[in-house]
Design a protein around this ligand. Structure first.
Ligand code: PRP
Length: 174
């Protein structure tokens, strides 16, 4: 299928907004250690850039859910493919997502991680498609609200391609 990419959010805009989000997080957790939890794979670049902006004492861990996208499951059930390595009890946890779309993945992760008794649990998402929500988990920090278009780049893929792009683009069929 021939496709083309239209840049939606430039590399510069992503970096500027990421720095702003880091300052906001630091302001709301002054002097506190933070655990960043990246949701694989889409969050890789955002977590890396956000983590380097944060001056707080920061730990990093990852988890991965089984994707229910692409018609693999119509139930919206989210399963954990890779769980955390660390115990988050008593810690300030921030889930780092590239995108919140239907909200199903994040809703599940919030419920799961809150049972592990973190001191605080917040979410930072670079992108949000508010118009696509099926469930409405809290998202404390949002980089950009975007329209209901298929986007790739900066971690987001189409059949595993385009994750390496330093910008966010809308993928359109020709
Ligand atoms: C994407 C994204 C979120 C989730 C958001 O991950 O990284 O985790 O989908 O969608 P939702 O709000 O509709 O649940 P995906 O399962 O595609 O895996 P990937 O990050 O490895 O591409």
């Amino acid at each position: 299928m021939p496709v083309h990419l239209d840049v939606l959010i430039s590399e510069e805009a992503i970096q500027k907004r990421t720095a702003e989000l880091a300052r906001q997080i630091e302001t709301e957790l002054p002097g506190e250690p933070i655990v960043l939890i990246g949701v694989l794979k889409g969050s890789i670049h955002f977590l890396s850039d956000l983590g380097r902006e944060l001056k707080a004492d920061t730990e990093i861990d990852f988890l991965q859910t089984s994707s229910y996208h692409g018609g693999k499951s119509s139930t919206g059930v989210v399963q954990i493919r890779k769980d955390l390595d660390i115990n988050i009890e008593g810690l300030n946890v921030i889930i780092v997502e590239d995108i919140v779309d239907t909200g199903i993945t994040l809703n599940h992760l919030r419920e799961l991680l809150s049972t592990r008794k973190p001191k605080s649990l917040k979410v930072v998402a670079l992108l949000s498609k508010e118009g696509s929500r099926k469930v409405h988990p809290s998202v404390e920090y949002i980089g950009f609200e975007i329209p209901n278009e298929f986007v790739v780049g900066y971690g987001l893929d189409y059949e595993e391609r385009y994750r390496n792009l330093p910008y966010i683009a809308i993928l359109r069929e020709d």
